[in-house]
Design a protein around this ligand. Structure first.
Ligand code: PTJ
Length: 264
């Protein structure tokens, strides 16, 4: 339950509410302290893109949804932050694209795996992989706890969605021949650069949008979905994200920034 009361008129209300969700997730044992630090880094990049979903992210979302709809074994990988921020959207997206949901943690403990699985089930998930003995398979060349995966999930997946990730696993999954979709506000992170498709946007906006797009795109022909995927270029997406940040900063640096009229 969120405990902080924020007036409806507060100019930073949305942002404060997102923070509160993470703090609440931390108290529930879903989020690790490192997750709170990661969120702060994300917030900074969100400022730079104007805290709104930009066209380069929408194009990446469409390509990502096309990849998920075309996949034979799509999997949504869930960590603490994602579970705390968008539990219902994870479940809905999995339903729309027929994907499995798997818990995969960098700071893995049995208690967290179970708490996250329980939380997702409370939000409608029927099955959550990657808990306890189910995470019995290993991703080669990966030494973090993220190497432990389900033989029915990430191990056999052809497409894996990894919201808020650290770079090593993305690279390892790519080396295994999988399509990796990352959601990362930092276009310069190793994850963003190693993924097949990178959605440079806040997970709180992009996952709900993926659900909407999945509902729309489900009815498209396979050939149209393949075309969307073929026309997508991740290097261009990352370049566009950086160019957007640059132009926004340039514009802001040439405008009046002080809030009071008497300040020059
Ligand atoms: O729950 P666990 O144990 O699996 O741990 C999860 C964290 C997030 C702690 C772990 O994956 C981690 O340490 O990640 P990093 O290396 O800090 O990377 C997180 C990335 O996500 C950074 O590039 C942030 O900019 C980005 N990020 C943070 N919040 C958001 C975000 N991207 C999209 N939406 C956000 N809300």
């Amino acid at each position: 339950m969120l405990t902080l009361w924020i007036p409806a008129s507060h100019p930073r209300r949305e942002s404060l509410l997102i923070r509160e969700k993470l703090v609440d997730g931390f108290k529930r044992g879903l989020v690790v302290p490192e997750g709170l630090i990661a969120h702060g880094r994300g917030e900074c990049f969100d400022y730079l893109i104007g805290e709104s979903t930009q066209p380069f992210a929408i194009r990446a979302i469409e390509a990502a949804v096309a990849a998920l709809l075309l996949a034979k074994h799509p999997v949504i990988s869930v960590n603490g932050n994602t579970a705390a921020l968008v539990p219902r959207d994870i479940v809905e997206l999995a339903r729309e694209v027929n994907a499995k949901i798997e818990v995969n943690l960098f700071h893995r403990t049995r208690e967290r795996e179970e708490a996250i699985a329980k939380w997702l089930k409370e939000h409608g998930a029927v099955e959550v992989l990657g808990v306890g003995e189910d995470a019995s398979a290993t991703i080669p060349e990966l030494f973090s706890e993220r190497r432990r995966v389900s033989p029915r999930g990430i191990l056999v997946a052809d497409v894996v969605l990894v919201p808020l990730e650290d770079g090593d696993r993305t690279e390892a999954l790519r080396k295994m021949g999988k399509t990796v979709i990352a959601i990362d506000l930092n276009p310069l992170s190793r994850t963003a650069r190693a993924a097949t498709i990178t959605i440079v946007d806040n997970v709180v906006r992009s996952l709900p949008l993926m659900v909407v797009k999945a509902r729309e795109m489900k009815n498209l022909d396979k050939s149209r979905l393949e075309e969307i995927l073929r026309n997508y270029n991740n290097n261009s997406t990352l370049q566009e994200a950086l160019k957007y940040m640059l132009s926004r900063l340039k514009e802001l640096s040439e405008s009046k920034l002080t809030l009071f009229w008497e300040e020059k």
